[in-house]
Design a binder for this molecule. Structure first.
Ligand code: AMP
Length: 510
């Protein structure tokens, strides 16, 4: 596509009328650095949409006149950088164009009160209202499919997410991790203002946050007081340093696995922000749902795409059932069963292809556990209290440090109730029976009639949902996805969007 530079809203409207493809929108205030470049190039690599970069220093979001006046302007270079890194269109409006002085109908917006009453919102009065106002104007003009934002401005990202939700805009936010300079400080257009000594101060500040993150990984706690003390000793002027819940921006609670440590400091005339995300363990996705809802296929693919461990808890119950049948063990005798469980080891091993093998006491049982014989007994075995207790403990051990996606029936309610994302996958009985029938892994299912399969599924649902211990129920905070009529890839992509919405990119590959 021919590269275009547009300088007036009217021209942008006319250009937009003739565009049929989807647009990735990357708003900036110019003086582009590697943070912006990462946004533009990520958008370019994500899809084949048109990439539109805007360069507009929005006066409404400045609450300090000299900061606005001194904001670095490097338009010619910004155009070169944008075009070289994947921008197709650059929109560079003037202030009068966005806020015509004679226009009494400018829609001045208010940012979410809850989200803007913390961190930067406390000192920069009206800043986020200004951000919401300009982004809403630009979104209405550009009508993009995706909006690319940096996690560096985490509070801004949350506020814009909230705006999109409130205004019911059909835009997906895609975020990129904070890009840092060689010395650890976040890249920022304002860094050009820093003297050598001021840069040293921000370096100490940023490195202190990064250190806090490492300490938190080991000790699962931090002391705000101690960090403040250390920073004050370096004569760093702290505007705020807060340890908050990363989505609500309320004070973090002891039970939170995931939090944000965010701060702002003043270096001479320049104000700079930085943050780190603190995690007691890596993220966990819990996928529950009835038999045949597509859980296994979806979870396997999801784990592969997100580079997470795949924990198939159903396979653990099946493997145990297999062993009990093979060794002719009367599972109704609880004491005996308890003794046997002590010596059981269930291990998953990747077999180099797209699958992983399940071993119980060193037997590879990947294939055998899918037989109808096992299917018909597994629900009974998994409802035995000692079995449940034993396997739930084993699953928690595997998930201790997180970084996994687990599937089963009680993952979100019992095994990992603190999972960051809980999905409840369902499908109609008809659809599930059809899937079972065409399941290549299950020879028996192919030999059973569709009608019989439906009856078996209904029976299994009843047993799973009505057992006394850990019945199949949707967790209160789970998101239900009915997979009828959707391809596996569509379901996986939907879950990836939900995951990206909850888990910052910054923490995903740690
Ligand atoms: P600005 O030009 O400062 O308004 O920023 C434009 C976009 O670039 C926003 O979405 C910012 O969050 C993002 N951004 C700025 N600096 C960085 C950085 N160091 N790393 C990642 N994103 C950034």
């Amino acid at each position: 596509m021919k590269k275009v530079i547009i300088r007036k809203s009217e021209d942008l409207k006319n250009w937009r009328k003739n565009i049929n493809s989807d647009i990735n929108f990357i708003p900036t205030m110019g003086n582009l650095h590697n943070g912006h470049i990462k946004l533009i190039s990520t958008a370019k690599n994500d899809n084949s949409n048109i990439n539109l970069v805007s360069i507009f220093v929005n006066p409404l979001q400045f609450n300090n006149k000299s900061d606005l006046k001194n904001y670095p302007k490097t338009i010619d270079n910004d155009i070169k950088i944008s075009l070289a890194n994947g921008a197709d269109v650059i929109f560079i409006p003037s202030t009068e164009d966005i806020y015509p002085p004679d226009n009494k109908n400018i829609n001045y917006l208010k940012a979410s009160k809850k989200l803007s009453s913390a961190l930067c919102g406390l000192n920069r009065i009206g800043h986020f209202d200004g951000v919401c106002t300009v982004i809403y104007i630009l979104l209405n003009l550009i009508k993009p499919k995706n909006l690319y934002l940096g996690e560096k401005d985490w509070q801004q990202l949350l506020i814009l997410k909230n705006l999109i939700l409130k205004k019911k805009l059909n835009v997906t936010i895609k975020s990129i991790p904070t890009q840092r300079d060689f010395d650890g400080i976040p890249l920022s257009s304002r860094n050009v203002h820093l003297s050598k000594n001021e840069r040293k101060l921000i370096r100490i500040f940023s490195n202190e946050l990064l250190l806090a993150k490492r300490i938190f990984q080991k000790e699962k706690k931090i002391s705000l007081k101690e960090i403040m003390k250390k920073l004050s000793a370096e004569k760093i002027s702290i505007e705020y340093l807060e340890h908050l819940h990363p989505h609500t921006l309320q004070k973090t609670k002891v039970k939170d696995n995931f939090s944000i440590l965010a701060g702002a400091i003043k270096c001479g005339e320049t104000r700079l922000i930085d943050h780190v995300f603190l995690m007691k363990r890596k993220a966990i996705i819990a996928i529950d749902g009835p038999a045949g809802s597509g859980k296994s296929t979806v979870t396997k693919l999801l784990a592969k795409k997100l580079k997470l461990l795949y924990l198939d808890t159903g396979a653990m119950y099946r493997a145990l059932s297999w062993l009990l049948i093979k060794e002719n063990i009367d599972y109704k005798k609880e004491k005996k069963l308890q003794n046997i469980l002590k010596d059981i080891s269930i291990v998953f091993k990747s077999n180099g292809t797209s699958h992983q093998d399940v071993f119980i006491n060193n037997y590879c049982v990947t294939e055998e556990i899918r037989s109808q014989e096992i299917s018909s007994i597994v629900s009974k075995i998994s409802s035995i209290k000692v079995v449940r207790k034993f396997l739930v403990e084993e699953q928690r051990k595997i998930g201790e440090s997180g970084g996994l996606v687990a599937e089963g029936r009680d993952i979100g309610t019992t095994v990992f109730p603190s999972a960051e994302l809980k999905i409840f996958l369902t499908a109609s009985i008809d659809e599930r029976a059809k899937r079972r029938k065409s399941d290549k892994q299950s020879k028996d299912s192919r030999e059973i009639s569709l009608q019989k399969l439906k009856e078996l599924i209904k029976k299994r649902d009843f047993e799973d949902s009505n057992r006394a211990i850990s019945p199949l129920i949707k967790a209160n905070d789970a998101i239900e996805i009915n997979t009828d009529g959707y391809s596996i890839n569509e379901v996986v992509d939907k879950i990836i969007d939900l995951y990206n919405d909850k888990i910052p990119q910054e923490t995903q590959n740690q």
